[in-house]
Design a binder for this molecule. Structure first.
Ligand SMILES: [Mn+2]
Length: 356
């Protein structure tokens, strides 16, 4: 080793070991404001909302910030842990309202946005102009883009494609079930990866890409592209499993796949297999919840009449008018099965009454 390189090497080690560097990149980082963004986890709209919010915040609020991303999932019991709200700003997008004073921004478009009437009242009284709710929007991403443009002068042109695809995916605006199941578009491939990921580091890595690159470029990134072939294989297997499991009666499909590792299956497969159906009720299981997914067929021959958000709220769940879910603790599997059966009976009865 030459003297010069030794010197450089020692300096480098010193710099690494120094407990409180006052200059240089490490020192500057600590002065950045920490903006922690909580988003609906394992959801294309949730991840896109976090991406769009970050871009808007950086461009229109302030730039000297470091973003941290944390996913939120519906589960039995309390949804939030107040100690996690440890940013200088704490932001929730595409997820339920929290009345914690640490939350400084909130955007949501779910019909079931408030856990309690007191949360709704808390939101009504909010004067901050930083909390926004509109269930008329198909996606939370398009909602954030609209508010950011109208109220904060944000330019949504660079993210038009992201907004377009979140509306299609969250609003189930595919022309038919086959398109929804074939997953040819980059946005749909991303949805498959996002909905099935078990890696807590994946979405925090993906979100900054969604804010700054085309969707085609994002799916070509090696850390995304490498996940696709096994997921495509699993998707094809899931079609076979669902074909075997679905019980179709009175326009309502029921299936129980709690014995399979299939949470994150493409939710349009049941309608692809049964185009005549109106509703579907599926039971699935992961390490932390048993989920009752209640959906309606976007291409149904007759439109659904039951509000599924309201139906799921009766069991402690929620969602949108046309798709909802209830999460049970894994130890409450029997309650989940009973709820699913009751919901199936109620939906089948409503279809029987509606048809002559
Ligand atoms: Mn959403």
């Amino acid at each position: 080793m030459t003297g010069a390189s030794l010197k450089w090497h020692s300096y480098f080690l010193l710099a690494l070991a120094a407990p409180q560097p006052r200059m240089g990149q490490r020192g500057e980082k600590r002065t950045l404001l920490k903006v922690k963004v909580f988003y609906h986890d394992r959801c294309f709209d949730g991840a896109s909302s976090a991406a769009l919010f970050s871009r808007f915040y950086r461009e229109r609020i302030r730039n000297d910030v470091a973003f941290a991303y944390s996913g939120l999932l519906h589960r039995a019991g309390s949804l939030f842990n107040d100690a996690d709200f440890d940013g200088d700003e704490n932001v929730i997008v595409d997820f339920k309202y929290s009345s914690s004073p640490k939350i400084t921004w909130w955007f949501d478009h779910h019909e079931s946005a408030f856990l309690t009437p007191s949360d709704a009242a808390h939101f009504e009284q909010d004067q901050s102009n930083r909390k926004f709710y509109d269930p008329a929007f198909r996606s939370c991403t398009s909602f954030i883009a609209t508010i950011a443009e109208q109220r904060f002068g944000f330019n949504p042109d660079p993210v038009r494609d992201l907004v377009h695809w979140t509306d299609i995916i969250d609003g189930a605006l595919y022309p038919d079930a086959r398109t929804a199941v074939e997953m040819k578009e980059p946005a749909m491939q991303l949805t498959m990866v996002i909905e099935s990921t078990q890696d807590s580091g994946f979405l925090p890595r993906l979100i900054p890409c969604l804010a700054s690159e085309s969707l085609a470029d994002v799916v070509r990134r090696p850390f995304v592209a490498s996940l696709l072939p096994p997921l495509r294989e699993r998707h094809l297997q899931s079609i076979d499993i669902l074909r075997a499991r679905i019980e179709a009666k009175d326009g309502t499909l029921f299936f129980d796949i709690t014995d399979q590792e299939l949470e994150g299956y493409n939710k349009f497969v049941p309608y692809y297999l049964h185009p005549e159906s109106i509703y579907s009720v599926g039971l699935s299981k992961s390490s932390f919840r048993v989920k009752v997914a209640v959906g309606s067929n976007p291409w149904a021959p007759t439109p659904p009449r039951v509000n599924l958000a309201r139906l799921c709220e009766r069991y402690g769940g929620g969602g949108h008018a046309r798709v909802g879910a209830i999460s049970f603790n894994v130890k409450e599997s029997a309650r989940a099965h009973a709820a699913a059966q009751e919901i199936v009976e109620e939906l089948r009865a409503s279809v029987r009454t509606a048809s002559p």
